[in-house]
Design a protein around this ligand. Structure first.
Ligand SMILES: O[C@H]1CN[C@@H](c2nc(-c3ccc(C(F)(F)F)cc3)no2)C1
Length: 325
């Protein structure tokens, strides 16, 4: 089997949403595919009306294939402090023509305010490892884990783009989607993430590939050194990050992956991607797409990095492949 689904950017590439079919007859919900978490949860008819703000909701009672997972609950929080929790159904889930029957669909009975405000997203589809799925008392598998045995190849690929529709493919590598060769590096999934080591300016950086995080968060030394090349750039505590004049031309940011015998491959993030967004309506000052990881405790290669590459999440061989495009 295989699947292929469009990933559409929202709010200046802040997040990428994919249409997912749930239940019978199919209910299509736009979900945020997140390689940094492992719960598939949705706004639902169980979500208080006061917390629903235009989102499409899942109605298990109108799906003939939905079955309540009796006694199961879930509760999750994300890097930005947002959270959600609820109950669990098993139902048929289809992503880009790839179907998993009896997928755990976690219906929200509560969502935090930032989810309520995010009117374009109906929830998340976790693509990290099932070891960090939050369903209790019996942990559930991710869509990818359930699909893997049926896939032509035990992998999925992420091809996110700046301000344009990208694509997640499941079960195959589309050779027309990248240039040159794919450089592979081992994955450390001991924390449930797609952990890997890259080299930045000769310094090894261990981080995670996280499609659900908008920016890149790296060690202070690397970030400080990058912004030292940009006149007027400074760390601004009120914005809690590096800012600079919006007219600045930003240097490209490169990192090397799979630096073994073959020298590995280099991913180059165009400087224009690092000029992420204005900090206010005047458009004078802009916020950087590369920020320090010191308040996080882990380095994160988020969408700013991922949209500069074609990335293979290889669950069979526990490796990450990176290619230019
Ligand atoms: O936890 C880590 C796992 N991956 C990262 C992630 N963060 C979110 C997220 C999405 C939407 C919102 C909200 F809509 F604004 F509420 C908040 C956070 N999704 O993946 C961080």
């Amino acid at each position: 089997d295989s699947g292929s689904v469009t990933a559409s950017p929202r709010q200046q590439d802040t997040e990428y949403l994919c249409p997912v079919q749930i239940g019978s007859p199919a209910q299509t919900l736009p979900l945020d595919f997140d390689t940094g978490s492992s719960d598939l949860w949705v706004f639902s008819t169980d979500t208080p009306r006061s917390e629903v703000n235009g989102q499409t909701v899942y109605d298990a009672s109108s799906s003939s294939s939905a079955k309540r997972l009796s006694g199961a609950t879930w509760k999750i929080s994300y890097g930005d402090g947002s959270s959600s929790s609820g109950i669990v159904y098993l139902d048929t889930v289809t992503v880009g023509g790839l179907t998993v029957s009896r997928q755990a669909v976690e219906a929200a009975k509560q969502v935090s305010s930032s989810f309520s405000r995010d009117t374009s997203s109906s929830g998340l589809l976790g693509l990290a490892f099932s070891s960090i799925n939050t369903v209790s008392p019996n942990q559930q598998k991710t869509f990818f884990d359930n699909a893997m045995p049926h896939l032509d190849a035990p992998l999925f690929t992420a091809d996110l783009k700046h301000n344009a529709d990208g694509r997640y493919n499941f079960g195959y590598i589309d050779k027309s989607a990248y240039t040159g060769s794919i450089s592979y590096t081992p994955v450390d999934n001991s924390q449930g993430f797609w952990g890997f080591t890259a080299t930045v300016d000769g310094t090894d950086v261990t981080g995670i590939a996280d499609t659900g995080t908008t920016l890149i968060y790296l060690p202070d030394s690397i970030v400080t050194s990058y912004y030292s090349q940009v006149s007027g750039a400074r760390y601004d505590s009120s914005n809690a990050g590096y800012i600079f004049p919006c007219g600045s031309s930003m240097p490209d940011f490169s990192f090397n992956v799979g630096g073994g015998g073959g020298g590995g491959g280099t991913v180059t993030v165009p400087g224009s991607y690092v000029n992420f967004a204005p900090t206010d309506q005047t458009g004078q000052t802009c916020f950087g797409g590369l920020q320090s990881d010191s308040s996080i405790g882990i380095s994160i290669f988020g969408d700013i990095a991922l949209k500069a590459a074609f990335v293979v999440f290889d669950g069979g061989n526990k490796q990450l492949g990176w290619a230019a495009k």
